[in-house]
Design a protein around this ligand. Structure first.
Ligand SMILES: Cc1cc2nc3c(=O)[nH]c(=O)nc-3n(C[C@H](O)[C@H](O)[C@H](O)COP(=O)(O)OP(=O)(O)OC[C@H]3O[C@@H](n4cnc5c(N)ncnc54)[C@H](O)[C@@H]3O)c2cc1C
Length: 405
């Protein structure tokens, strides 16, 4: 077995395969170091979210996956600060409240009910789900890497795959041959020959405060380390860390022509400033707080926003990805599913609707660049429009095909 990419997808796959068949020789090739990609730098929502709606069986598998991550990390001693406090999503404008009611009916919380979990400025209502844990992303991925290496998996860091072909992976240091090759390269996939239009890398950026004193947390809430967001179009996400920082992220960074990824794109002062302003708007108590960290990274979006996992039996080529911003738990489901596919087991997991799904390719450039950046711009405009008018955005409705879902 050879797996390309040592993020959660690659490492969960290696983990479950090595457990199922200790005699199997598993090699993982990683261009940089394990956890270098989105897995080492995400917002730490281990949620039951799936980027598109695929029905009850997929949803149930996602909910069970959150608990599976907890079970394995506890069993393997991976101290990833797992806290299953659920997610609270605020409605902070009339338009957001209308959307929350349309999606959640009478399960929308009143401002007073919302305030029991999170006290943010301008809250008109909220929705809550218990199916999410806050985790420390890098601790999870580095912990997993240690566990799989301890189980005999061969992890080669600083070893980029130059090409993936049936039965082999080419690297500058030699060719690795194996009957099965798993591609687990997510936002970096377009760099591989033949895969330029498989997913697009979209950057998500994050800022973190210094550890906040108890008095500040008394004002904000999140006593169960609930993850939080609101019902705006341009996604934002936050969590309270185990060491009492507030970590807060969002989209809005531009897409780069030709699906380029570069460390230079991980940091964007304009996006960091926007995140900072949004956070102060949510929690005015943070005025004067020191922000100690800021970072970002690429996630992978397929043309139909539908994550997938699969194995082509004719070639032995397997893949998993296209999680959009919901990969922390979904990668675990992918790892268990790839185990079953590769070991030719027919299970509940291999019957899930995302298995074998093939997303269409993205448009060639410059159409891709024009469409994606117009979509990102439209989401920002739609949020501004809604806070002015209080009504669901006309821009958002007109641009719906570009906004994905
Ligand atoms: C800032 C940010 C915040 C996010 N927040 C959340 C969140 O809160 N919750 C959530 O569920 N999801 C979140 N996501 C998405 C989530 O992190 C990803 O979906 C998930 O980590 C994907 O894991 P992966 O292993 O498939 O990909 P990655 O972690 O990106 O790993 C891919 C690996 O492949 C390596 N690689 C690439 N090309 C090659 C090659 N040619 N040869 C060898 N190695 C190669 C890369 O170096 C990398 O280490 C976020 C993403 C970002 C960027």
């Amino acid at each position: 077995m050879v797996i390309v990419g040592a993020g959660y997808t690659g490492l969960w796959t290696a983990y479950y395969l090595s457990l199922a068949d200790p005699g199997l020789r598993v090699v993982v090739l990683e261009a940089e170091v394990a956890g270098y990609g989105a897995s080492g730098r995400n917002g730490g929502w281990c949620s039951a979210l799936f980027p598109t709606s695929l029905g009850a069986a997929q949803d149930a598998a996602m909910r069970a996956t959150v608990d599976e991550v907890q079970r394995v990390t506890a069993a393997e001693g991976i101290d990833c600060h797992f806290a299953k406090g659920g997610t609270i999503v605020l409605a902070r404008s009339a338009a957001q409240l209308t959307r929350a009611r349309a999606e959640h009916g009478d399960r929308v919380l009143s401002p007073a009910e919302a305030a029991r979990r999170l006290r943010a400025h301008g809250t008109l209502g909220a929705t809550y789900t218990p199916d999410c844990a806050a985790i420390h992303p890098a601790r999870l991925v580095r912990g997993l890497a240690d566990v799989v290496v301890g189980r005999g998996v061969h992890l080669f860091e600083r070893t980029p795959a130059l090409a993936i072909e049936p039965g082999l992976v080419r690297t500058a240091r030699g060719t690795v041959r194996a009957p099965y090759v798993v591609r687990a390269t997510e936002g970096f996939t377009p760099r591989l020959p033949g895969l330029a239009r498989a997913v697009i890398p979209v950057y998500s950026l994050v800022i973190a405060t210094e550890p906040l004193p108890a008095a500040v947390w008394d004002e904000i809430g999140l006593a169960q380390r609930e993850t939080f967001s609101d019902h705006r179009h341009l996604i934002i996400y936050g969590q309270r860390t185990a060491d009492d920082r507030l970590v807060f992220g969002g989209r809005g960074a531009p897409y780069h022509l030709g699906s380029r990824v570069s460390p230079a794109f991980d940091r964007d002062p304009r996006v960091f400033a926007a995140l900072h302003a949004t956070l102060l708007d949510l929690f005015p108590v943070l005025r004067g707080t020191r922000f100690t960290h800021a970072w970002g990274g690429p996630l992978g979006i397929p043309r139909d926003w539908c994550a997938s996992v699969g194995l082509d039996r004719a070639t032995g080529l397997a893949w998993a990805g296209g999680y959009v911003g919901d990969g922390v738990s979904t990668t675990n489901l992918a790892g268990r599913t790839l185990r079953d596919l590769i070991l030719s087991r027919s299970t509940e997991l291999t019957a899930l609707p995302w298995v074998g799904h093939r997303s269409p390719r993205w448009e060639p450039e410059p159409l891709r660049w024009l469409g994606i950046n117009a979509g990102l711009r439209a989401m920002t405009m739609a949020d501004a429009e809604e806070s002015l008018t209080g009504r669901p955005s006309l821009v958002a409705r007109a641009m719906a095909p570009l906004l994905g879902h």
